[in-house]
Design a protein around this ligand. Structure first.
Ligand code: TUI
Length: 317
């Protein structure tokens, strides 16, 4: 099996596939399994402290010598010390989310780290490309967790046209069809989050995985639009309560209080009624718990099948 783009050369990986960074979910064990399989494993630093991240980096390095990444959540209260740690540790690749990483760009680049910011708009894509980003992840609102307003289908080709660096499509991708569709839009790789939550090596609570496996096409919803920070999650008792509070005019502060601690409640404690189960719209396509290596191999072999079947289309120029 062989499927390669310029992203593979840039990151020294076998397949143009990146595991989504998921705070409280994607630790070293998952990242190592994904990187060992030839894709790019990512540790989601989220709001974690330096000691946690150092441990997870060590976990990856004990398991594999392959390239891996750390995702910096730019809203984290620990962000300065986390940036210093990834520089000290010479982490090969950093992805960023939740804001503009411009102020960290120079020091990360000077440390020889490849920087791949997540963007949800063309404007930020242009700005970060000028600041020296090595690639960009264009994330559509089909994604789980914090989302922008653009769909993957519209955002990706617009970002591709706006910059000269490789673009990675995210949001709504879980198989080879999504990978090839993204390449057709001009992306040179994809980021897959939700399907990797259902990897055997993922340390998330098993009941969280079951919610994804059971989800159907319309079972995720976006809530928190009134706060300015919309989030996609699987519909459950808490989401119903939250949406009702939003509808009846709860203030930003009340909503923030209502939402406090709900991500780790679901991801770590498996409180699937009271927690927020962040997951993408593509959950309806995820049907099995599989080893990460099998997920990687499945996506790539499915992509090869799609390419072969495209050969049936008759066309000429
Ligand atoms: O970050 C995400 N998705 C997430 S994060 C998360 S859990 C969490 N939340 C808070 C703290 C710690 C953990 C669940 N899901 N996706 C990446 C992403 N980034 N999507 C959109 C953006 C984004 C938004 C605004 C990127 C840049 C941006 O910049 C605004 C500006 O111009 O400053």
């Amino acid at each position: 099996m062989f499927l390669k783009t310029c992203l593979c050369d840039l990151l020294n990986i076998e397949y143009p596939l990146i595991q989504g960074a998921m705070a409280w979910i994607a630790g070293g064990r998952l990242a190592a399994a994904v990187s060992s399989a030839g894709a790019l494993g990512v540790i989601g630093a989220g709001n974690a402290d330096v000691a946690w991240l150092k441990r997870e980096i060590d976990v990856v390095r004990q398991i594999t010598d392959n390239t891996f990444a750390v995702n910096l959540m730019l809203t984290s209260p620990e962000i300065e010390s986390i940036v210093n740690l990834v520089i000290e540790e010479k982490v090969p690749v950093v992805t960023t989310g939740g804001g503009n990483p411009g102020r960290y760009m120079k020091s990360l680049k000077e440390a020889g780290i490849k920087v791949i910011p997540v963007v949800a708009s063309v404007a930020l894509a242009k700005r970060l490309s000028r600041l020296g980003a090595d690639a960009l992840i264009a994330e559509g609102m089909e994604s789980g967790g914090h989302v922008g307003e653009m769909t993957t289908m519209c955002l990706v080709p617009m970002v591709v046209d706006a910059v000269d660096i490789p673009v990675i499509a995210a949001g709504g991708v879980a198989d080879g069809r999504g990978l090839i569709a993204s390449l057709a839009l001009g992306a040179r790789g994809v980021q897959v989050g939700t399907r990797f939550i259902c990897a055997k090596e993922c340390d998330v609570h098993p009941d969280y995985q079951q919610k994804i496996l059971k989800a159907r096409d319309r079972d995720t919803v976006v809530c928190g639009v009134t706060t300015g920070h919309p989030v996609r999650a699987i519909h459950n008792k808490f989401v119903r309560q939250y949406l009702k509070a939003e509808k009846t005019g709860a203030s930003k502060e009340e909503l923030e209080e209502l939402g406090r601690g709900r991500y780790p409640a679901a991801a770590l404690e498996g409180r699937i009624d009271e927690g927020t189960i962040l997951a993408g719209q593509i959950s309806g396509l995820v049907k099995d718990i599989q080893p990460a290596a099998e997920i990687v191999a499945d996506i790539i072999s499915d992509a090869c099948r799609v390419l072969r079947e495209l050969g049936d289309i008759e066309w000429r120029e």
